[in-house]
Design a protein around this ligand. Sequence first.
Ligand SMILES: Cc1cc2nc3c(=O)[nH]c(=O)nc-3n(C[C@H](O)[C@H](O)[C@H](O)COP(=O)(O)OP(=O)(O)OC[C@H]3O[C@@H](n4cnc5c(N)ncnc54)[C@H](O)[C@@H]3O)c2cc1C
Length: 446
Amino acid sequence: MPEYETYDAIVVGGGISGLLSALTLGKKGNKILLLEKTNVLGGNCRTYEPPDYPGWRVDTGVHAITDIIYGPLVQLKHYFGPGKFPTFRRHNDYYLRKKTGLEKFPSTFPGFLKMHTIPAKDRMILAGDLLNTILSRAIFGVKEKAVYDVISKHRLSKKAMQFVDALSYLLSGLSMEKTSVSRFLEGCGFSSCGKRGTMRRIAETAKLFNNSGYRWQGYPLGGIQSITDGVVTSFPKNVEYHTGEEVRKIEKEENGFCVSTSQADYRSCKVVYSGEVKKLPGIIEMPVEWSRQVKELEQATAMTIWLGLEKPMNEFNYNGSEVFCDVCDSDKEMFYWLMPVPELAPRHKGLVGVSTIIDPKKCRDSEEKLLNTIYSLVPALEKNTEMVHTQVMAPEKAAVSLKFFPSIKTPVNGLYVVGTDTDMRSMGITRAGYSVIELLNHYEEN
Ligand SMILES: Cc1cc2nc3c(=O)[nH]c(=O)nc-3n(C[C@H](O)[C@H](O)[C@H](O)COP(=O)(O)OP(=O)(O)OC[C@H]3O[C@@H](n4cnc5c(N)ncnc54)[C@H](O)[C@@H]3O)c2cc1C
């Protein structure tokens, strides 16, 4: 009789990356144990009823899922049980909200030239910078640079610089000095992620003119919880999970690992860790240089305010989402992202969520400022709001910067890391999905 229960792999963490890891490895016949420290599965991929507001439901942050046509979730679809893969409604366009109404956020080069938010002279300069960057990446290959380093900063007005900075915060959670050009171009729809040859990259420049907008993004009907539920209800019998069990220590042994929680010790051949990579050296002994590098991963903090509307409003009667850009403001919260999510509202009511990047030390100020901005842009909203629920969360375990990003295989044989701090492609749930595909590519190697 073995002293401990043994598994082929133990997955640490039950956010979407841990859940997808457990599902896919389980479907390949491995005996899996998933351990989640909180009492619920899903991590940042959940939909819940805010306390004090029975009947209302909100997601953990405003979500538009990227790459829903060819991206990682679709690539992993065959692991889901029949009828368990969520149904996505198309996201459609992004809009800029101005005092005069909504203006489509451009997804093509000509569209960008027509945009009214920044002065025409700045638009011409930025358009030149954009064209230069895309063509040189297509011809000479992708050399990672910061957004700040590819714009003509000495010729642009302060307003235009603020606009680019705000857009960088929106797309990566970091300033333009730290945001990579790839993240910026992908987020604006001018480039897609993944490794590509020269011909593909050159062909991609055509996207500047015929980009179909943001229709490759979507929202899962039933809320983002439907992604988590779809995975959990697809688990085969050989996948076991425990909630309320935090992994405190992992020890490398001759033939695998001993994983300890407050309740028990478990043994496994392999470990897939999906918590914050930065915290892994506190749980298992890792090489010093690796531990030093992961410590430098940066994290952004986002605030989301959900507003429950007494009645649906015409102002939010569109499919997509909008950004408010207040380029007069000197703070990074000048870019707000708002999305109506009518399907989560009770019958005959409405729901919008609005998110921005904040300084976590100024939470209260940010909340007030965010609410004031929304109410001043859509004055009818304040009177029609009957539910306000605020969330403060890290959108991703590491924001994509130009710095080191750990790879799926760690220096410890048999120990893997997955999640939004292990893959730079796309964002959020899609990024977590890419990391799981990468895990599957490396899992059988030794
Ligand atoms: C405001 C906001 C907006 C967002 N917008 C989008 C969007 O538009 N599109 C998109 O795709 N994504 C978006 N996201 C991000 C997306 O939801 C997350 O990036 C994704 O869910 C992260 O998944 P994960 O598995 O990598 O990490 P997490 O969800 O953080 O999961 C990690 C899990 O591990 C557990 N854990 C950690 N340490 C331990 C331990 N020692 N023992 C046991 N368990 C442990 C944690 O409790 C947690 O459940 C947004 C998020 C926010 C907050």
